[in-house]
Design a protein around this ligand. Structure first.
Ligand code: GLC
Ligand code: MG
Ligand code: CA
Length: 577
């Protein structure tokens, strides 16, 4: 019998609980509600659809799910343009549906985390409409400016050269107010003014409102853009310096300038700490598990580390680690994986946990970025590293990007581009309906329309088929999630090493527990590896799981001195005592 099995029986008998809480080694699942499950046949996913599928998430072994925005929205940026932060978007359901979702999630044992979008509202928000009208309460809720007069032409122009994430000037003229407003994203997403204490207070109310409804925490959107440089320090908002990047020659593109005045202002970190105080206070007052914060920021490593806390104040529990999205790609060598993983592990402040994000609704899918043949290998990596794992819906099935023509593209980021360049900007390919089964529309909807097309692959690649097959990406994923509960994964040490350009090996070990060895062959060629050279592992090991195309079957015994790793295959082994 393996050591952990003995310990598991002993702890069950003695009633010893595990040392870590769910949120300390959480398995998080991102649901894109519009595309997850449509319960009423209108071709658009909804809350009742999510409720229906919570047991499915539980069966896989997820501990929590974060939902992309579900609030009332004109859907210019598919929910990231919020018209009412206190209401459910009608296409997604009602407040009662939301309350049922929370109640059912409690029964099932899945925590619900909501997306908090603090940087901007919709231009249809009552706040914005009142701000346009100069209402004394809302007048300064947004960032307004007269612009400047061009000395040569005598015409009015935006105050400066700031560019929106979605291309073109970040300033939009408003006829009624006769001023420009700032929008770092779409024109329909005016930036809120965080230098106005009333805005800060209002957004804290939003957090309290949803905490009161029973949510387990928030994923906080677009952190770097919260604050702009303080106007009081200058008479005019200053131009941003040019990036002079030859790969970005178009002045309308966001990359044309360096965003020193519109991103990562020092006040941002303090705002995160304030939000952390708020959720901690709520926890103290209401009990239960701690409420968690996850922060979305594509920013410098140094900034992300600050989001954790500064030693005195705490910040985000999970400052998203986007290394596998932004810094590691198809061509990355094993050494680069090691560098990024170790960098994070070594820089983290004491008392916090690492996290790893594989994919999300803003990026191309994992199977499309790394190749379908590597989907299991990458999922193995995610589930066997220390800390939190964050999975975007569909990656557990190895869903791939769906090609969407320029005519059918709906993502504002891509629509602001042109037929030649839109595809690299488009987020639609990763947002298509979840593939539940082989029935028409992949079991996503009972209707004959879906808001984005269903993948052609749904007949052969869907959840039901993968649950029934003897082995599948999903089954491998489930095995990983289960083994992750073992002490060596929960609190064990990580010892990691690149053997050459292709092979990454590491162990997870908690003293007194089983040793797990993970072998990832990123290359195409088969390798024969003497694992005993690197790890204190016995002569034989058992296969916990291995990629779909591997020669191994779960439970196989192998010789550790000559372990055969096929190309693109990842394997998890456990030492046999
Ligand atoms: C975040 C979201 C993205 C959205 C943007 C503006 O990056 O993930 O989908 O478009 O913020 O809210
Ligand atoms: Mg629906
Ligand atoms: Ca802002």
């Amino acid at each position: 019998m393996r050591l952990t099995a003995v310990i598991a029986i002993l702890s069950a008998v003695l009633g010893i609980g595990s040392a870590t809480q769910w949120w300390e080694s959480g398995n998080y699942y991102q649901i894109y509600p519009r595309s997850f499950r449509d319960s009423d046949g209108d071709g658009i996913g909804d809350l009742n659809g999510v409720t229906e599928k919570l047991q499915y998430l539980k069966d896989i072994g997820f501990t929590a799910t974060w939902l992309s925005p579900i609030f009332k929205s004109p859907m210019v940026d598919f929910g990231y343009d919020i018209a009412d932060f206190y209401q459910i978007h009608p296409e997604y359901g009602t407040m009662e549906d939301f309350e049922r979702l929370i109640a059912h999630a409690k029964e099932v044992g899945i925590r619900i985390i909501l997306d908090f979008v603090p940087n901007h509202s919709s231009d249809q928000s009552e706040w914005f409409l009142k701000s346009v009208d100069g209402d004394p309460v809302y007048k300064d809720y947004y960032i307004w400016h007269d612009g400047k007069i061009n000395e040569e032409t005598g015409e009015r122009e935006p105050p400066n050269n700031w560019v929106s994430e979605f291309r073109y000037s970040a300033w939009e003229w408003n006829e009624v107010r006769q001023q420009y407003y700032l929008h770092q994203f779409a024109t329909a997403q005016p930036d809120l003014n965080y230098r106005n204490p009333a805005v800060v207070a209002e957004m804290k109310n939003v957090l309290k409102f949803w905490l009161g409804k029973g949510v387990a925490g928030f994923r906080i959107d677009a952190i770097p853009y919260l604050f702009e440089v303080d106007l009081d320090r200058y008479n005019q908002y200053p131009d941003e310096p040019l990036s002079n990047d030859p790969s970005c020659p178009d002045p309308d593109d966001h990359c044309y300038t360096q965003h020193i005045y519109t991103q990562d202002q020092p006040e941002t970190v303090d705002m995160i700490y304030q939000w952390r105080e708020l959720v901690d206070e709520f926890h103290q007052q209401h009990g239960g598990d701690p409420r968690v914060l996850m922060t979305e920021a594509y920013t410098s490593f140094e900034n992300i580390m600050k989001f954790y806390g500064d030693g005195i104040r705490n910040g985000s529990h999970i400052p998203f680690n986007f290394d596998f999205l932004s810094n590691i790609n198809n061509a990355s060598k094993a050494t680069e994986y090691v560098e990024h993983i170790e960098k994070w592990m070594n820089a983290m402040p004491k008392g916090v946990y690492a996290n790893w994000v594989l994919g999300n609704h803003d990026n191309k899918r994992v199977a499309s970025r790394f190749g379908v043949q590597r989907i299991d290998l990458i999922n193995i990596l995610l589930q066997t590293l220390p800390g939190h794992a964050v999975t975007y819906n569909g990656e557990e099935l190895g869903m791939t990007d769906v090609y969407i023509s320029w005519e059918d593209t709906v993502d504002p980021s891509a629509c602001n581009s042109d037929p030649e360049h839109y595809y690299e900007r488009s987020r639609d390919p990763a947002r298509t309906p979840y593939q539940w089964d082989a029935s028409s529309m992949a079991g996503f909807t009972s209707g004959d329309y879906t808001w984005l097309p269903v993948s052609d692959e749904y007949k052969t690649n869907n959840a039901l088929q993968q649950l029934r097959a003897p082995q599948s990406h999903l089954k491998i994923f489930k095995t990983l999630v289960r083994v992750r509960q073992e002490p060596s994964f929960r609190t064990g040490e990580l010892k990691i090493q690149a053997l050459d350009d292709d092979v990454l090996v590491y162990s997870r070990l908690k003293q007194g527990s089983d040793i797990y060895v993970i072998v990832l062959n990123l290359g195409e060629t088969e390798k024969n590896i003497d694992l005993t050279k690197y790890f204190n592992v016995g002569a034989e090991a058992e296969i916990i799981t291995s990629s779909l195309q591997s020669q191994y079957i779960n439970g196989d015994t192998v010789k550790t001195s000559s372990f055969v790793a096929k190309g693109n295959v990842g394997t998890v082994l456990v030492g046999i005592n």
